[in-house]
Design a protein around this ligand. Structure first.
Ligand code: C2E
Ligand code: MG
Ligand code: MG
Length: 702
């Protein structure tokens, strides 16, 4: 109902007196109607006082009707600010037409009520304002809602990045902070799935758990790596909550997050400071202890030994005293660098004091001796590199180091080890510096013996201390078809040293290279002699090749050169390799192929003890498989070994390879092998490895 239309119709001056009572009745009806409407309404007479007011507005004001009619003006019940607003409005000529104002009513109890007032001045026929009628709407609820949405908008534009998606994770809205943190503008992401923020740094499990939590608890919170628009990965602290619809189903998801990349970087820096030496960036004592504990666990599990090398720079104090601390720092930095360069990537080099460094070597070897030898080798290298001059600006500084070593294995205690290595280091200092000492005296003598052996070994070739022994290889008819050449070292003091005692060491120190070359030449010289006599012209000779020798780039050329120099028929030479050499299948098969093309044959020695894959085996152009003696010897005892032997034989036959068994000691072994298709044998049953004269005597006898 349009109130002004009603008012117009109540303009009595225009109507005849006959209508007066009917109009009064109508007005009563309207007044009664107004008593029940959900808004306030009043009329104001020309003098500005109330002429009518409805029940709701009276209730707002907390007054009785008779207190107001003809006595108060509506402005009496406005807050001062609203009174001011009305005054200014009237001043600006606002006494005609419709007016919309937002004002504040003040009730009798002082309660302030925001209202929206729509009013209209009615004029008399002369055009003067006669009556003012107003309708007032309570704004309390609207204001509250408006305030809430203003707050929400404020929050939405806070520092926290916010992203609202629909139930499918499609982005509906993001705030400014979202753009600041992620670099994505609202138009970049709106309508796209949240996945576009994924950094790829989390496993699928991570997201699965996250969504499980959201669907169960309606909420998830945690650290997450997301990708910025520029591709940079940032760490965020993210909370995701579900907004549910009336039916309880997820309607929206609201993700709010802040950037914690910086604080993560701080954390990393703090932990770096806690575990690393600030000058050299090497692990400090704390981290070393950590790594040592780890290494001890490893030793327990693997049975492999390790070593702790305690290194102290001799006379370091002099450089600090004479050249200042800056020069001292330069030397320490250089020492750190040289130490790092002297060990494997996986070894730990730590700085645990002013000029004290520790090198932790783990996973060395099962044998104490071999491990100690390795540690000693690394120590010697370190002594050598640290004694090279240090260039500090315009002057050169020379110093040496003293090293104490303590070996460790299962059951050792971390705390003691460092102490032992330290004590050994003092022994090294006492021995005149630039020296290395083991904590364990037994270890010390073992290492000394090895060092001596190594030195002897290096001179063994020129002193002609090597000899080849020959062990016959026999076919099913008992005929000798050839021999395996086995190396013997005739040591002037130690007597005959078996290969097991020096070959592994020679392999480590590369001394095996000249030795291997010597063996090859000695073997070819022997083949040449055999070739020249009809009785021995068809004898084959098997020669063992060491992994290091085989790995040499020049291996193929060296073999061919020797074969040609001695003029031997290449097919009489058989090279024995082991499965451990087949690690690089490509390189191995290329070399074998190259030599096979010239007639040289290959045998896979100790077959069954390594890890060669069948597939690899089929790709290598081998001539022969040699069943390892350990299987042959336990064939009678362990049925499983008998099965292995049968399998190997069958496999060799189906790959069209020759198969030979080594370590055959008894008739039973030979018969079992023969029954299963193996027709070549080598072992004590026929002969031990013997010098050439004995071998040839054996040959003559058979
Ligand atoms: P291998 O090539 O597997 O040699 C077989 C070993 O088994 C030889 O030990 C041989 O004496 C031994 N043997 C032969 N028949 C029997 C038997 O019936 N019963 C028992 N119990 N043992 C038997 P040896 O001569 O001590 O050689 C040991 C290893 O040293 C060789 O194993 C080989 O790997 C290496 N080796 C020997 N000579 C050379 C060489 O000139 N160069 C290289 N790189 N390694 C060599
Ligand atoms: Mg062999
Ligand atoms: Mg063997």
């Amino acid at each position: 109902m349009n109130p002004s239309a009603l008012l117009v119709s109540t303009n009595r001056a225009e109507k005849g007196a006959g209508y007066a009572s009917r109009i009064a009745a109508l007005e009563d009806a309207i007044d009664r109607l107004y008593e029940s409407v959900p808004f306030g309404t009043h009329c104001v007479a020309a003098d500005g006082t109330y002429s009518r007011i409805n029940a709701l507005e009276l209730a707002w004001l907390g007054r009785q009707r008779h207190e107001l009619i003809g006595k108060h003006k509506p402005t009496d019940f406005l807050t001062p600010a609203s009174q001011e607003l009305v005054r200014r409005h009237v001043e600006n000529g606002g006494r005609s037409g419709f007016v919309d104002l937002e004002l504040e009513l003040m009730g009798a109890d002082g309660e302030v009520r925001p209202i929206a007032m729509t009013s209209n001045w009615l004029v008399d026929p002369a055009g003067a304002p006669a009556e003012h009628r107003a309708i007032l709407f309570d704004l309390t609820e609207t204001r509250r809602a408006r305030e809430q949405s203003r707050l929400a908008a404020l929050a939405f534009d806070a520092l926290t990045g916010i992203c609202v998606t629909d139930a499918q994770g499609v982005v509906l809205q993001v705030n400014k902070a979202f753009t600041e943190i992620t670099g994505f503008l609202p138009e970049d992401v709106r309508g796209k799935n949240m996945h576009i923020l994924n950094s790829g740094k989390h496993e699928p499990d991570f997201y699965r758990d996250m969504w499980a939590s959201i669907s169960q608890k309606g909420f998830w919170q945690g650290e997450i790596y997301n990708r910025r628009k520029d591709g940079k990965v940032i760490a965020e602290w993210l909370s995701i909550s579900t907004v549910k619809g009336a039916d309880g189903a997820a309607q929206h998801y609201v993700g709010s997050f802040f950037d914690i990349t910086r604080s993560k970087a701080d954390q990393a820096e703090v932990s770096h400071l806690a575990f690393y030496d600030p000058l050299t960036q090497l692990p400090n004592r704390r981290l070393l202890q950590d790594r040592l504990a780890h290494a001890l666990q490893l030793a327990l599990r693997s049975g492999l030994k390790g070593a702790l090398l305690y290194i102290d720079i001799d006379n370091f104090k002099t450089i600090n005293d004479t050249r200042g601390h800056a020069a001292g720092d330069l030397v320490l930095l250089a020492v750190a660098q040289r130490l790092r360069a002297s060990v494997r990537e996986c070894d730990t080099v730590a700085r645990i004091g002013g000029d004290e460094f520790v090198v932790l070597l783990d996973g060395l070897d099962r044998s104490d001796e071999v491990s100690a030898a390795r540690a000693s080798q690394v120590g010697q290298t370190i002594l050598e590199v640290l004694s090279r001059p240090y260039l500090c600006g315009d002057f050169e500084f020379a110093c040496s180091a003293s090293i104490g070593v303590s070996m460790f294995g299962e059951g050792d205690v971390a705390g003691e080890l460092l102490q032992h290595a330290d004590m050994a280091m003092y022994q090294a200092k006492k021995a005149g510096r630039n020296a290395l000492r083991f904590f364990n005296p037994a270890m010390q003598s073992v290492v000394m013996a090895r060092v001596a052996l190594d030195q002897d070994l290096r001179r063994a070739i020129e002193k002609q201390q090597f000899v080849l022994y020959f062990q016959p290889q026999v076919n099913a008819q008992g005929r000798v078809i050839g021999a395996e050449a086995l190396l013997r070292w005739m040591h002037p003091e130690r007597g005959m040293v078996p290969p097991g005692e020096f070959i592994p060491m020679a392999e480590e120190t590369a001394a095996i290279l000249p030795i291997g070359q010597w063996v090859l030449e000695a073997a070819c010289a022997q083949l040449q002699r055999w070739q020249s006599r009809p009785a021995t012209a068809v004898l084959q000779l098997a020669v063992n090749v060491s992994p290091r020798q085989f790995a040499e780039a020049e291996f193929v050329d060296r073999v061919l050169e020797v074969v040609e120099r001695f003029g031997v028929a290449a097919h009489l030479l058989k090279l024995e390799i082991t499965e451990s050499m087949v690690l690089d299948l490509e390189d191995t098969s290329e070399k074998i192929r190259a030599l096979s093309a010239r007639g040289v044959r290959f045998s896979m020695d100790d077959f069954g003890t390594g890890y060669s894959s069948l597939l690899g085996l089929t790709r290598l152009p081998l001539a022969q498989l040699k069943i390892d003696q350990s299987f042959v010897q336990s064939m009678g005892e362990r049925p499983s070994d008998a099965i292995v032997v049968q399998t190997v034989i069958n496999m060799a036959l189906s790959l069209e390879l020759e198969v030979i068994a080594e370590g055959v000691e008894t008739e039973e072994q030979r018969d079992f092998l023969a029954r299963h298709g193996c027709h070549l044998f080598q072992g004590y049953l026929y002969s031990r490895p013997v010098p050439i004269a004995e071998f040839e005597a054996y040959l003559a006898g058979h």
